[in-house]
Design a protein around this ligand. Structure first.
Ligand code: ATP
Length: 297
């Protein structure tokens, strides 16, 4: 390539890269690929988080910082402790020890609804009970934690009524955005796998999160909806949200993650960019190797 061609390419780049990606990549550009490495501006900073079930140590993370405004993937083989770690961070389970700060506030003593109010919201797979409710009611439940300790407290709370109209408005806007508006009166159980994932994400946004935690957002999603889901996740970053997601699909990790944290047997074994992680021997041995083997069988 000539010097002049190079200059044109370099000049064109800033306008083609969305601001959210550019900021996330810049923040992570000089961060070494090491477990527990400090970040420029961490929204979440966790230390010494341990959870054992009897003799089994499910989570033993020495240190993890999550960069604000970036999309971070949490990967690892089955049973690595990813979901348990999510549950701990969001107050749905209690650690044996460990502390973490979310957006400047100690969060390890908070209950789940307090964590959600503080701005860290996780998605949930639709339970059986939720599939028997309409899409709109699912969205309203998503907002319930704003008014009390969970949905039932919200129902009897006087604030609930006043907030309901506002919540309905907000739900309609989100359902429009996630292309579920025509489904609002359908039972959630009638949605396809991909539409359920869209609903889970839309429901999480009812709480105006600053950080969204997605547990396997691509599981059970057909290829046609995958791209749409990926775009929705990228949009969250463009809106300034931080995303932490658990995923087995490495293509997806490569496509949207700015940073990858790898767990194995409860510990954080390494971190880095998707390219660095794919080339890491320990990751290939602990995770990718196992998946390649499974694919070959
Ligand atoms: N409530 C529980 N009681 C006992 N053991 C548990 C409990 N929850 C999780 N475990 C165990 O802790 C370990 C970590 O499980 P976890 O579900 O967090 O892993 P994961 O990385 O999310 O796995 P996957 O990718 O399969 O979802 C596993 O050995 C699991 O069997």
């Amino acid at each position: 390539m000539s010097d002049s061609e190079e200059a044109v390419t370099a000049e064109e780049q800033p306008s083609t890269v969305p601001a959210g990606i550019a900021a996330a990549r810049a923040a992570l550009a000089d961060v070494p690929a090491e477990p527990g490495v400090p970040k420029l501006d961490p929204i979440l900073n966790a230390t010494g988080v341990r959870r054992a079930f009897g003799g089994l140590v499910a989570v033993d993370v020495a240190h993890l910082e999550v960069q604000r405004g970036a999309i971070t993937a949490l990967i690892g083989p089955n049973g690595a402790g990813k979901t348990t770690f999510f549950n701990l961070l969001t107050g749905f389970d209690r650690p044996n020890r460990g502390e973490w700060v979310f957006d400047g506030r100690r969060a390890d003593r908070m209950r789940s609804y307090q964590v959600a109010r503080a701005g860290m919201v996780r998605t949930f797979q639709l339970t059986k009970a939720l599939t028997r409710m309409t899409v709109m009611d699912n969205m309203l439940i998503g907002a319930a934690d704003q008014v009390g300790e969970g949905f039932w407290a919200g129902l009897v709370h006087p604030l609930w009524k006043r907030q309901e109209a506002a919540n309905r408005e907000k739900a309609l806007v989100l359902l429009e955005r996630f292309k579920l508006i025509d489904k609002r009166d359908d039972y959630a159980g009638e949605l396809s796998g991909g539409q359920r994932k869209l609903l889970e994400m839309a429901r999480a946004l009812m709480l105006n999160p600053r950080m969204v935690m997605l547990d396997e957002p691509m599981a059970g999603v057909n290829p046609a909806l995958k791209q749409s889901l990926l775009e929705h996740i990228k949009d969250l970053r463009e809106e300034g949200m931080t995303v932490l997601f658990v995923e087995h699909d490495m293509d997806m990790v490569h496509e949207i993650a700015d940073w990858v944290a790898v767990m194995a047997a409860g510990e954080l074994i390494t971190e880095g960019t998707p390219d660095q992680i794919s080339a890491d021997r320990r990751v290939i041995d602990a995770y990718l190797g196992a998946h390649h083997d499974a694919a070959e069988r």
